[in-house]
Write a protein that binds this ligand. Structure first.
Ligand code: GLY
Length: 428
């Protein structure tokens, strides 16, 4: 059994000294130690938990493949995709592949990642089958989710399956998304006012940061170069307006569509307009890390670090956030494993961008702790459900998807496994 632990990180950082090891142990132990009450601890209490010591990547990939092996036999309706598993249930609830349902691309995206991780042809065949059913979504202009829908499916198909014929579909998708850019505001409009009538002008939500990946890809692959500019402008405007002084994110901003003035800062999926919705913060961390990847502009990496550092400070000990950091009686609130998976994936990438060794260690080790926690009996679907992960919360404020399994939690989880595998290869 090959586990990822502090020793593995030593390889990753290409450093082989005792002092590095000592520093890394300290990085792990300091939060653990300072959260402890005074000095009379037993040996057991002082030792780092199993969660902090190791993560068995190969075992986890095998588990995910076994889950998918079983799932494909049941998920046969090509007009639908798995979206969630209800609390204490075992099987996926399927919903239509529909232009208005933002989650359509994640299941094919997972299959592409499984193909990438294993090289097994059946995963490519299955991924193609599940991807090619919603080509016409490339023309969606009614909302911003086209990025979430098309890139995990068609984008991963190009990246991992060499499906060159998907390129035109992605270019059309990017053109559709770009129609939502309002230069008066400097952002893409996320939602339609008809579907979200609380707001009557230009709505931008933090989640939108993820859709920028589609624009960057298109700008590099034969699309209009303005897609790049739009993505950068969106990120800059969002950086200016969408965050509190403590580097936490609001969910929904409404802008005057003519003057670009911020009209209000609200929420839809968080606990309250002023509360800190954990998945919103996760989208921010991921989004600004992605901005640095695509632009190499240091201001985006600095910002991603600020968002990540705040997120890490707000986490409970097991590294899986409550669905909102400001919900009352926080300890009793449902967790959101999807936010944890998004951030774990982002931090693995960020750990390769930051130049300071201590930051590399911090982000890498935090990601490993998150993955270890997610793969534990508490958060894993092992023996409990058809998903990789359980205990996610989609929209508690709307009374839906509370403490369930969610397809996008699994998507960002397998993405994190893929990123970790690549990191380990680089370091060996
Ligand atoms: N719109 C994506 C989310 O619910 O986080």
């Amino acid at each position: 059994m090959k586990t990822i632990n502090l020793k593995s990180f030593k390889n990753f950082s290409k450093k082989n000294s005792r002092s590095t090891m000592a520093r890394m142990i300290l990085v792990f132990l300091i939060p653990f130690i300072i959260s402890c009450e005074p000095t009379t601890k037993t040996k057991e209490q002082q030792a780092p938990s199993a969660m902090e010591q190791s993560f068995d990547l190969e075992n986890e990939i095998n588990f995910c493949e076994a889950q998918l092996d079983k799932a494909v036999l049941k998920l046969t309706d090509l007009t639908k995709h798995p979206r969630l598993i209800e609390t204490n249930e075992t099987e996926w609830v399927e919903v239509p592949n529909d232009k208005l349902i933002w989650t359509s691309g994640f299941y094919p995206g997972i299959l592409w990642y499984m193909y990438e991780l294993t090289g097994v042809q059946k995963w490519k065949d299955e991924a193609i089958k599940r991807t090619e059913v919603f080509e016409d979504f490339k023309n969606i202009t009614e909302h911003h989710d086209i990025g979430f829908m098309m890139f995990p499916a068609y984008g991963n198909g190009v990246l991992f399956g060499d499906k060159q014929e998907y390129k035109d579909i992605l270019l059309t998708s990017a053109a559709s998304l770009a129609t939502r850019f309002n230069p008066n505001v400097g952002t893409l409009k996320s939602w339609s006012n008809i579907m979200h009538p609380r707001w009557s002008e230009h709505i931008t939500i933090i989640d939108n940061m993820l859709n920028l990946e589609l624009l960057f890809w298109a700008a590099k692959n034969g699309g209009d170069s303005t897609y790049y500019d739009i993505a950068v402008k969106h990120a800059e405007t969002t950086m200016k307006n969408h965050f509190r002084d403590d580097y936490t994110s609001w969910h929904v901003l409404e802008y005057d569509e003519t003057t670009g003035e911020v009209l209000n800062r609200h929420t839809k999926q968080g606990y309250s307009d002023d509360s800190r919705w954990s998945r919103g913060q996760a989208w921010g961390v991921y989004g600004y890390s992605l901005m640095y990847r695509e632009t190499k502009d240091k201001k985006f990496l600095d910002f991603a670090q600020k968002l990540a550092d705040r997120y890490l400070e707000l986490l409970p000990e097991d590294m899986i956030p409550q669905w909102d950091f400001d919900a009352p009686n926080l300890e009793t609130q449902e967790r959101d494993a999807s936010a944890a998976a998004v951030v774990a994936s982002a931090l693995l990438e960020m750990s390769t961008f930051v130049t300071d060794k201590k930051d590399q260690e911090r982000y890498y080790n935090a990601a490993i702790k998150m993955l270890t926690s997610l793969s534990s009996d508490v958060y894993s679907g092992k023996g409990k459900a058809a998903s990789f992960l359980i205990h996610s919360t989609g929209a508690k404020s709307l009374g839906s998807e509370i403490d369930v399994a969610l397809i996008y939690a699994d998507y960002y989880y397998i993405e994190a496994l893929s990123r970790l595998k690549k990191l380990n290869k680089t370091s060996n």
